[in-house]
Ligand binder design. Sequence first.
Ligand SMILES: [Zn+2]
Length: 89
Amino acid sequence: MGFYTCSICGKKLIRRKHNGLWVFRFGRGGDFTPVEMLIFGHIKMRCIRRRCRKENPDHWNEFTLFPKSVKTIGQKSNDNEDDSSESGE
Ligand SMILES: [Zn+2]
């Protein structure tokens, strides 16, 4: 998993799995992480560094669903398929 960082200060904000899921963990407390989420989609996220937010109050980091390095992952070929068609494991 690689970290995606704030485009201004470089603070690590969110990680991404190879399958495209975002992994967001936040919080302190040794072996306990209060906030842990998996997100699928296009994300806009503010920096979690206080000083960066203060200096750049209007700045949002934007992380697209498809990474820039990957051109198009067969987006057009299966427009009509949604998750409901094949979800029964
Ligand atoms: Zn920042």
